[in-house]
Design a protein around this ligand. Sequence first.
Ligand code: 8YV
Length: 312
Amino acid sequence: MKPIVLQLGPLHPIVEKGLAERYTRLHLGEAKDPEAFLAENAARIDAVVSSSRNGVNAALLDSLPNLKMVSHFGVGYDNVDAEHARSKGVVVSNTPDVLTDCVADLAIALMIDVARGLTAGDRYVRRGDWAAKGPMPLLAKVSGKRLGIVGLGRIGQAIAKRAEGFGMPIRYHNRKPVAGSPYGYEASLESLARNSDFLMVATSGGGATKGLVSRAVLEALGPKGFVINIARGSVIDEPAILEFLQQKKIAGAALDVFVDEPRVPEAFFALENVVLAPHIASATVETRAAMANLVLENLAQFFATGNAVTPV
Ligand code: 8YV
């Protein structure tokens, strides 16, 4: 008998195809009455595939008595209650490594964009301002400036490597120093912010990092400092950063992630000192295919051996 896998919402076509070919696929997102559908099928579901759009909370875990595994599409799994899953003996996997390069590439792109005004300049040209008003105001140099990385994990390190190419001195803040890291450690995020021109947020989301980039941290970064966030919206105090941008108490921000995606507070739209991206750091054809394949490999290896390829 094929294992029964529950799909919560729309997924990458490679995942959908793989699920349909190899498993009995149940699609909660397509059920007319999702509650009734769940009640009817709960007892036979072996695995769930989740994504940033559709997570797995404790209630869902508790409602699936036969569940053995959650294969999550994405490296960040803050919307999967992994602790509760562990307590129930449910294995959770994610998709690390395969997206690191793309996320780091976009982080650097956002940093350069907000400092040099790429998308702002694009708007300037399209609006006809160049011809009407003359050159854009001068903006900020990137090369040689100080980069502070919040969260020196796989993605943080890939960003650091790229930033070395720009001659940027690099320091970082983590819960603990990273053994063997060539970069300077700051035990306090405020002191990292005080010593940075660009504060790069690359830590995981979830309760432990909620609001980590606080008012006090933004204050420490100061009016010449920039924030880049490719992690999770929840890591930054969003109302605070909006206010700091409006009042020019920081120089700018480039945000790929928001607290309540896909809804972005409209007050950001009026600001020229913020770059807004629709959560695209891993969104390339190549990387999303690699993530999709890893979601399937995790399921396949789990059902074959009891262990996932990349458990969390
Ligand atoms: C999303 C991401 O998963 O991997 C992550 O943690 O944030 C992204 O890659 C993406 O939106 C796909 O759901």
